[in-house]
Design a protein around this ligand. Structure first.
Ligand SMILES: [Zn+2]
Length: 150
């Protein structure tokens, strides 16, 4: 077993060619593969080749590459699968290697129902409703604007 294999990660294995994946596109910093548990046909993951747990820890160059590849693949999805649009999000709690979800979505599908449910939740919970108050919005904006990036 090579030394760099001490901390196995499924995405590092795919990048290194130690594990099979349905590769869709790649450049020197980023790879895009089909998700093995798709939420819809063509659901992809866009992954930096370097092991970085959270997307906001990527370098500017890695971010540029990640979003360039995401855009290319999303346009390919629109031409080949004809969804309403391609939903993009990043969570990453399950696998600690940045991955962006690209999910072709149509009205009424699993993801559409999920986000519709989330919107209902946002509208119905008092705690979240309080976040919409002008004072709370100004506080959040000021906190983020005044923070550093390192
Ligand atoms: Zn990794």
């Amino acid at each position: 077993m090579p030394e760099e294999y001490e901390d196995p990660c499924i995405f590092c294995d795919i990048v290194a060619g130690r594990r099979e994946a349905h590769k869709i596109h790649e450049d020197n910093l980023t790879i895009c593969i089909l998700d093995i548990n798709p939420l819809s046909k063509g659901h992809c993951l866009v992954i930096p080749k370097r092991h970085v747990p959270w997307w906001h820890e990527l370098t500017d160059e890695e971010n540029a590459s990640l979003f360039m590849v995401a855009g290319i693949v999303a346009r390919k999805m629109m031409h080949s699968l004809h969804p309403d649009f391609v939903c993009m999000y990043a969570r990453g709690r399950r696998i600690p290697h940045t991955h962006i979800f690209l999910v072709p979505t149509c009205s009424g599908d699993v993801l559409d129902r999920f986000f519709n449910a989330l919107e209902l939740f946002q509208e119905s919970t008092q705690k979240l409703a309080d976040l919409r108050a002008e004072e709370s919005m100004q506080d959040a904006a000021e906190l983020i604007r005044s923070a550093g990036t390192e």
